[in-house]
Structures are given as structure tokens and as C-alpha cells.
Design a protein around this ligand. Structure first.
Ligand code: AHR
Length: 503
């Protein structure tokens, strides 16, 4: 049996956790919109064509903010195509995914869906084929009360009140050769700066995110962030990070260390933002928006990315997640939470069907993929102040990571309710782990309110339509607390959630 110990103190706080880290992403790609959140004619569809089964699962998943409309799709998108009477909307070629876009679903439908799902919208403006002019018009359409061309157009479309969208992404993955109208760092930095400037003139109450590198492995990584921020440092609040995790060696230990790489990625981008600040002797801190992240490597062949014949909403990158993917997603959530002082927004990409925690059958059922569970649990229970966790645990080694902790954990204190949540991942492949968590300054009169474990004997186990709950969390009754110390035994390869509350 391994032993491990965590010490936290109520006063030793990393940061308040921004609930926007539990965001997700809806792109016009594959069956994410059509056949995912929107499917008129589906037995559960409401009068707006929104699938109620997907809405119910979305509410259970608990995203706080949802990014839209892309993704690579964004860089060829004309927002004007997706508003107004549906029968007048043009059908277009979507060059990003080789699909036909009917524009039956657009900005206002997405806002309606967000209101129904009770999530905040995060919008993105096309800085590929388009630029500041369209961005300011879209913003005027969405956020200006009325009395101008675009705000009155919104009202004429049936939306008297402004949408009030606060969080905007300035383009998507502009460094990638696959992007429609890719840009150099200088080209993008300038257009991001000017777009941000005019957007703030339209609406002074916005949060704006510039595009960072589309992955840490990009050859321009680091230099891109520096140069982009050197242009738009004063105008933006966030820089984005995108991270898709792969299990190339099919070895769980190697796979687990994508979590360490994510930690490096976060700290590096924060440091680059601080270097740009230092050049200006500025106290401003650029925050991080991890606005696309997930496991994605199985459904990543050319045939997964594009289907011949310009189909409408073809199945694209419908990754089937297994138990080990859920463990990695849990570890990534712990890493984001422990970097709460800099990571202020994050979007699990995407919400449904397209590398999604929710899977549907067109015309049929909807179910939870394995990765649904750690996300839903973290979103439900991680609220408040992230405490600095002093962790003592054994380590494991891989070729690239000589001393990775077998235990990963976050401890979050909700000052309002008094609840303290421990998220813990035992990465040992063989050994059970005795975990003791010493809660200093948090009162001795506590009880274990929730204890739950996600474990399966087969790392490759999946959920499916016929076995939707093959991988699902189970409640435990054997976790105890005495004199401010929580004690639990963690199974090897398990994700665990323990919530204590004042008695
Ligand atoms: O989420 C799928 C795609 O991955 C997005 O469209 C793009 O931004 C990223 O490369």
C-alpha cells in the first residue's frame, strides 16, 4: 500500500477559481450543432429544434460558458449568413471541414440555446477571411441596444434586448497552416490589436482573448505569443492555449505525463505574458484562456476530418473515449484548477459528438462518454478558493519525466458553504494508496458529505448506447474524517472526489 499526504491551510490560497474554467465548445463541425444540440424532428426536440435529451445532459455536465461558432470553421464564416429568416439564409461551402453549411442555425439560435441551457455564450470573430469591420458589426448586432443599423436589424429579427455577450475570442488558431487565411505573428498581432480597439469602442465592457499557439508543439510556439502580445498587450485580457492530448505510445504512464506537459504549457505562456509586461514595466497580467482542450488522437485520420462530396453535418472526429481518457481529463482539470491564478477560462472541446463528452445517435439516443464524469464532478463541486496543496507522494518515471507524482490533487474551499472538495487522481498502475488530507484552519467539526470513485478494471472500457454506464462514478461510504484529517484509500488508476462540509 502506498501512502500519501496532503496539507492545506485555509489561508494559503492560490486564487479564487474562475468558474469559466468549466467551459465547453460548440463548433459548426460534423454533428456538433446539427444532430447534436439542434435536431428539429428528433423525438425530444422542442419548438426551437433543440434536443432536450442533449440539453438535460448538458445541464448535468455543468458547463458555465460555451464557445461558438468555431474553431477552424470560424475563419471562413460570414455571421450575416446565419441571422434573419431561415428560408433566406444562403447555403455555403465550409472549407474548413469540407462540408455544406445550411446556416439554419446561427447567432440568435445559439443565444436561445445558451439561455435554455443556462450557460454564458463566448463568441469568436472571424479574423481569417474577414476583419475588424465585420467584428464591429457583429458586436453592434449583438450588444448595442438599438437605433443603429445592426442593432435594429437584430430587433427586426425578433431580439429586442441586446444579447450582452461579454467574452470574445479574436480569431482562431491563426498560426496554423490549416487555418483559412493563416497569418504571421506580426500580421495577426496587428489585426488583433486593431480589432480589439474598435470592439472596445463599440462596447466598453468586454473581455477579449487573443490567439496563442494552436499547440505547444508548433515551431513558432513562444515567439508567436511574445510577438502577438507585444502588439496587443494593452488591448486584450487573455491569450488562448489549445491542448489536445494523445496516447501515441499506448502506455498509460507516458500518457499520464501529458498532464505535466499541460502544466509546463500554462506556466510558460504565463511567463511570456509577464515578459511582455516587464518590457513595459506594466503591472497588468495577461490571463490564460485554455479555450480548446481535450483528449483527441483516435479519430484523427484524414478520413475522420473530412468526408467526400460536401455532405451536410457528416460525422467527423467522433472520438470514442475510454476509461484511461477519463483519468487524463481528470488530471488535466486538476492542473487547470491548481493554476487558477492564471487560467481564468477553459473550454472542453467540444460538447457533443465532435470529440464530445456527450454522444448522440441522429434521431435516437444520447449518452455520457467516459470523460463526461470527471468534468461534471469537478464543475459541480469545485467552487471557491483553490488552496495551495502541499503533496507528499511517491513518484514514477518515464523517458521524458523522471519524477512525476503518483498523486495529483486539488483542494478547493467554498467559503460560502464551508465545503472543502478534494479531487484526487491515483496514477499508480498497481498499488492502492492511503491518502490523508490535513485540513488546517478549516474547523474540526466536519463530515464527509460526498465520496465518489471512478474506476474500471479495463483501461480501454468505454460507454456506448448499449452500455451507457459501463464507466461511471460510484459512491463510497468508507472515507472518514477525524480531527480535521480526511482518510481514504484510493484504488490504483482511480479518479476520486471527496467533499467535506461543516457539521
Ligand atoms: O476542435 C476541433 C478543431 O481543433 C477546431 O476547429 C480547431 O480550432 C482545432 O484545431
Amino acid at each position: 500500500m502506498l501512502t500519501s499526504r496532503i496539507v492545506v491551510d485555509r489561508d494559503f490560497v492560490i486564487s479564487a477559481l474562475d468558474r469559466r474554467v468549466f467551459g465547453t465548445f460548440v463548433e459548426h463541425m460534423g454533428r456538433c450543432v446539427y444532430g447534436g444540440i439542434y435536431e428539429p424532428g428528433h423525438p425530444t426536440a422542442d419548438q426551437d429544434g433543440f434536443r432536450q435529451d442533449v440539453l438535460e445532459l448538458t445541464r448535468e455536465l455543468g458547463p458555465t460558458i460555451v464557445r461558438y461558432p468555431g474553431g477552424n470553421f470560424l475563419s471562413g464564416y460570414n455571421w450575416e449568413d446565419g441571422v434573419g429568416p431561415k428560408e433566406q439564409r444562403p447555403t455555403r461551402l465550409d472549407l474548413a471541414w469540407g462540408s455544406t453549411e445550411t446556416n439554419e442555425f446561427g447567432t440568435n439560435e445559439f443565444i436561445d440555446w445558451c439561455r435554455t441551457a443556462k450557460v454564458e455564450p463566448m463568441f469568436a470573430v472571424n479574423l481569417g477571411t474577414r476583419g475588424p469591420d465585420e467584428a464591429r458589426h457583429l458586436l453592434e448586432y449583438c450588444n448595442h441596444p438599438g437605433g443603429t443599423h445592426y442593432s435594429d436589424l437584430r430587433r427586426a429579427h425578433g431580439y429586442e434586448q441586446p444579447h450582452g455577450i461579454k467574452f470574445w475570442c479574436l480569431g482562431n488558431e491563426m498560426d496554423g497552416p490549416w487555418q483559412i487565411c493563416r497569418k504571421t505573428a506580426q500580421e495577426y498581432g496587428r489585426i488583433a490589436q486593431e480589432t480589439a480597439k474598435v470592439m472596445r469602442w463599440v462596447d466598453g465592457d468586454l473581455q477579449l482573448a487573443a490567439c496563442g499557439s494552436s499547440q505547444r508543439a508548433m515551431p513558432t510556439y513562444g515567439a508567436w505569443e511574445y510577438e502577438v502580445l507585444d502588439h496587443c498587450f494593452n488591448e486584450v485580457d487573455y491569450i488562448s492555449l489549445h491542448a489536445y492530448f494523445r496516447n501515441d505510445s499506448n502506455d498509460i504512464k507516458d500518457y499520464f505525463t501529458v498532464i505535466e506537459d499541460l502544466d509546463y504549457f500554462i506556466k510558460e505562456v504565463a511567463a511570456i505574458g509577464d515578459a511582455v509586461a516587464a518590457k513595459r514595466r506594466s503591472p497588468k497580467r495577461i490571463m490564460l484562456s485554455l479555450d480548446e482542450w481535450n483528449v483527441w488522437y483516435k479519430a484523427h485520420t484524414p478520413a475522420d476530418l473530412r468526408k467526400p462530396g460536401w455532405p451536410e453535418a457528416p460525422p467527423l472526429i467522433e472520438e470514442i473515449y475510454n476509461f484511461e481518457d477519463a483519468l487524463v481529463v481528470g488530471g488535466a482539470l486538476i492542473t487547470m484548477i491548481n493554476n487558477a491564478d492564471r487560467v481564468k477560462a477553459a473550454c472542453l472541446a467540444q460538447l457533443v459528438n465532435v470529440i464530445g463528452p456527450i454522444m448522440t445517435e441522429t434521431g435516437g439516443a444520447a449518452w455520457r462518454q467516459t470523460i463526461f464524469h470527471p468534468f461534471a464532478q469537478a464543475s459541480r463541486h469545485a467552487r471557491g478558493q483553490v488552496l495551495r496543496a502541499k503533496i507528499q507522494a511517491d513518484t514514477f518515471s518515464t523517458k521524458t519525466h523522471p519524477a512525476a507524482s503518483l498523486l495529483l490533487a486539488s483542494v478547493i474551499h467554498d467559503e460560502e458553504s464551508g465545503a472543502v472538495t478534494v479531487l484526487a487522481l491515483n496514477r499508480s498502475t498497481s498499488d492502492e494508496m492511503q491518502l490523508d488530507v490535513e485540513l488546517r484552519g478549516l474547523g474540526e467539526g466536519r463530515k464527509v458529505a460526498i465520496a465518489s470513485e471512478l474506476h474500471h478494471g479495463d483501461l480501454k472500457a468505454i460507454n456506448s448506447k448499449v452500455a451507457p454506464n459501463a464507466v461511471t462514478p460510484v459512491n463510497r461510504t468508507d472515507v472518514s474524517i477525524a480531527k480535521g484529517v480526511v482518510s481514504a484509500k484510493l484504488k490504483p488508476l482511480s479518479w476520486n472526489v471527496i467533499v467535506t462540509t461543516p457539521t
